[in-house]
Design a protein around this ligand. Sequence first.
Ligand SMILES: Cc1ncc(COP(=O)(O)OP(=O)(O)O)c(N)n1
Ligand SMILES: Cc1nc(C(=O)O)sc1CCOP(=O)(O)O
Length: 506
Amino acid sequence: MSIKKIDYSLYLVTDRSLVPSQKTFLGQIERALEGGVTLVQLREKDTETGSFIQLAFEVKELTRKYGVPLLINDRLDVALAIDAEGVHIGQDDMPLKQARLLLGPKKIIGVSCNTEQEAEIAIRDGADYLGIGAIWFTSTKKNIKTPLGVEGLQRILKSMQEAPIPTVAIGGISAKNACELITGSNTGKIHVDGLAIVSAIMAAEDPKIACQELFQLISSSLSSLGLKLNTTVDDALDFAVEACKKIKSTTPMVHHITNYVVINDNANATLAVGASPIMSTNRQELDQLATVNGAMLLNMGTLNDVDMMILAAQVNARNKNPVVLDPVGCGATTFRKETLARFLNECDLTVIKGNAGEILSMAGLGGKSRGVDSVGENEEQLMVNAVKLLARQNNCVIGLTGPTDYVSDGDRVFAIDNGHAYLPLITGSGCMVSSIVACFAAANKDDYLLATVAGILTVTVASEIAAARDYVNGPGTFRAALIDELYNVSNSPDLIKHYAKLRCIK
Ligand SMILES: Cc1ncc(COP(=O)(O)OP(=O)(O)O)c(N)n1
Ligand SMILES: Cc1nc(C(=O)O)sc1CCOP(=O)(O)O
């Protein structure tokens, strides 16, 4: 299972033939990125493979600079050659099932659909999003099928209500009709997630201005429907409160394969927030447990049977259980580095939660991991870049804990300034945070970024309340009080709202 949290709202599909004279293709794309494009598809119809790859590398350099994913139209070979974030395929291109086999589960695959039946098949076969069109007539693409209009789009969206996936509309879209399209296609719970646009951006005198105008229109149309493009601090706090309640009401089982230094504390913390811990390390019951688990937690602290841990991650992902990895000391030895590489390559991880040293070392951003302690003071920007980059590279949520905690899904970034100086003085407090994140992910599968923020907030807020107790005068008394306050905070989750020092970082 993969989160693939992509912002589809303003999706540029390129066309070199539309670039005005005096302008360059890459220049138009860069201006569009400056204007707020959230996703780019490189669409080349008559370009030889070698030149296509060369161009794709150049476009990727730009999209990377702006932190925007790049998809390749039709050509899986080009997408693989440049390690693009995914592809967009049409009904006459390589079948989705084969494309998925070649690209693997982590890449994004979008599929063009013009009918309810095409949408149903694409969803069944595992598309990540649908490009629904043509909505209106367009001269950008030859031989389009009969335009759907807003009613046709609505019909398809309604047909997907049982199994919704993200959708973008395409064909004839510009600032003149963007609002009508978004508000008109709203069918209660389901609406189009974004607009895919070619000529209104590629042929614009200044794509930055065109995109800013489009972005504004999309954002105001969504807010008129009570929907938002961005997740705010208030959204995250509301989510945290509800997330606590959901753990209590569903009591998810959280399977831990954790290190033996922290096993008892992890189990007690899990119970304190209302989840049910199981600490089995026997491979014979992995399959059966995965059918009832809410989440799987893997902790690299005291590594023994790595193959078994990888198997556990795989069977849980197959059962659609979130898999949380705590990469304890991942930069400390060659064995740990190799083990981490295996987790990243062989498993579909949902959340990686480590300390600053671990996360910076994973990101190759100069972090060091000495034993299992986090070292060094780092600038906020370095942390933000690290969590964003790793989240994008690994298609998962990254949580970095330290004096300030950072969480990102590659798109959104939150910083948490809660916590107490006693936390790093008890062994395995970071491991406890990972356990609690797994509990939140188990019960809150609709948004793993917010579930991770909620988990970290719960522990750090509880730590502040625990440290303030009269009898707490050092790490030993604090450790017991922390378990008590995890219990109290999760029973009165409005405390999170009261204490939270949460920031949304753009
Ligand atoms: C976002 C998006 N939606 C639809 C299409 C059309 O794809 P396809 O049907 O493969 O046609 P061509 O683009 O290949 O002409 C798209 N490219 N992007
Ligand atoms: C690439 C493409 N696919 C379509 C479909 O209907 O699937 S319409 C289209 C072209 C859209 O261009 P413009 O934004 O300039 O109208």
